[in-house]
Design a protein around this ligand. Structure first.
Ligand code: AMP
Length: 436
């Protein structure tokens, strides 16, 4: 293999950013050679302990932009890190990324998310994890039950802050931040920068440095975008045609949960493998769906906005917006699932004739005119399939499989690299010894 030389400081390398040799070696093993722009900009000040606001969409490498400094700094201080983020899937994904880097130095992490066993999470907390990855709702549950103390938190990350606010987590975030010692480092990452986020940063951060990789509202540059004007009645036929013509992995967005289920059933009826992910599905089902989509068991994943946010699956060839999103900004988040970390992607949107104004709104946001394609010759309409409505509550905790393990990627499992759980005081122990 040839080694690329980087004689110019304009082409940064991970080794220029102040990262400890052990972590550099892990990055190299994971084939991460060059930092992404957000990593290049955020890692040096974050390693110095500065507060920062990162404007970066998902897919830009922001997890390691805060993850590497967090792991490195916690390895030399007696404290814990807390990462707050909007969804369960993102929590699991972030923890997985952190463990990829931190496992070799004994990083212990806990994931506190809804839909998973409180008991298991309490067990993880008893083992004094170095990093706690949590959705605000479940963390507040733990605070109310006094099963967690935030007194030892030295670094806080608010990931996908705009989405957390959209979901309505602002009161919980404020409550949590008021309980974390003020002598801490705070990093906030958000794809967009509404005024509520600026206020949050002003109130809870100390002169944060702003790093930005793309102006808010800009679409990922390398995504080819197309639109079909299509009435609701023929959307399924157009989908049929697109799925036949495009053999790669496809992430498809539906506006509603029931719609997602119906579309997935329809796609399976067309003879393709498909799975749906939305909040009416249990955590175990959502994990299975995501794992199946990643492994290729399902070629097509049908998702609602909330469930899909932050999902990182490599090589998604096409994002299809079967329905335009309710919020224009979700268009940016949706199409960010393809063309990740610099590779080329494609997004196809279906807009019904009465949605021209929505389309214009999206175009204003992304500062780009979207090409409207002529409808291809469509296959005949297939016989309709009856899809009953769900009436179950998906949040019932499950006692088996993925759900039981969900918080428990940690001790004795992947988080500790297959080693038995280790006790430590103050979040130190083996983690630090290995690092030094
Ligand atoms: P994120 O925005 O953190 O969800 O990251 C998006 C994707 O980029 C993930 O699949 C990461 O594994 C990948 N990634 C992160 N940093 C780098 C890097 N420096 N070089 C190549 N890929 C990266």
């Amino acid at each position: 293999m040839t080694q690329t030389l980087h004689p110019s400081p304009a082409v940064p390398r991970f080794s220029d950013l102040g990262i400890a040799p052990k972590l550099l070696a892990v990055l190299e093993q994971n084939k991460f050679t060059d930092p992404t722009p957000i990593q290049h900009q955020a890692i040096p000040p974050a390693l110095e302990g500065k507060d920062l606001v990162g404007i970066a969409q998902t897919g830009t490498g922001k997890t390691l932009a805060f993850g590497i400094p967090m792991i490195q700094r916690l390895a030399s201080t007696r404290g814990q890190g807390l990462i707050l983020l909007p969804t369960r899937e993102l929590a699991l994904q972030v923890e997985e990324t952190l463990q990829k880097v931190g496992r070799v130095i004994g990083l212990k992490s806990a994931v506190l998310i809804g839909g998973a066993s409180m008991y298991q999470q309490i067990q993880q907390l008893r083992r004094t994890p170095h990093i706690i990855v949590a959705t605000p709702g479940r963390l507040v549950d733990h605070l109310q039950q006094k099963t967690i103390s935030l007194n030892n938190i030295k670094i806080v990350v608010l990931d996908e802050a705009d989405r957390m606010l959209d979901i309505g987590f602002l009161p919980q975030i404020k409550q949590i931040l008021s309980l974390v010692p003020t002598d801490r480092q705070t990093m906030l990452f958000s794809a967009t920068m509404p005024s509520e986020i600026a206020q949050l940063a002003g109130k809870y951060m100390r002169m944060p440095l702003r790093v930005e990789v793309a102006p808010s509202g800009t679409t990922i540059a390398k995504v080819e975008q197309e639109v079909f004007m299509v009435s609701k009645e023929v959307k399924m036929q157009l989908l049929d045609k697109l799925l036949t013509d495009n053999p790669g992995t496809i992430l498809l967005f539906s506006r509603t949960k029931h719609g997602a289920k119906k579309i997935a059933v329809g796609i399976r009826h067309m003879g393709h493998t498909a799975v749906e992910i939305h909040s009416n599905r249990s955590l175990a089902q959502r994990k299975e769906a995501l794992a199946g989509f990643k492994s290729g068991k399902y070629r097509i994943m049908v998702a609602t906005d909330i469930a899909a946010r932050g999902i990182d699956v490599k090589d998604i060839s096409i994002v299809i917006n079967y329905d335009l999103p309710d919020a224009h900004e979700d268009y940016v988040h949706r199409i960010g699932r393809t063309g990740r970390a610099g590779s080329m992607g494609k997004a196809i949107s279906f807009a019904s004739p009465d949605q021209r104004a929505d389309l214009k709104g999206i175009e204003r946001l992304i500062r780009k005119t979207l090409p409207i394609l002529a409808l291809p010759v469509l296959p005949p309409r297939r016989a309709p399939v009856f899809v009953p409505r769900d009436n179950f509550n998906s949040f019932a905790p499950r006692q088996q499989g993925g759900a039981q393990r969900s918080g428990g990627q940690g001790f004795g499992g992947r988080s500790s690299g297959g080693r038995p759980p280790q006790r430590s005081s103050g979040g130190g122990g083996n983690f630090r010894r290995r690092f030094n």
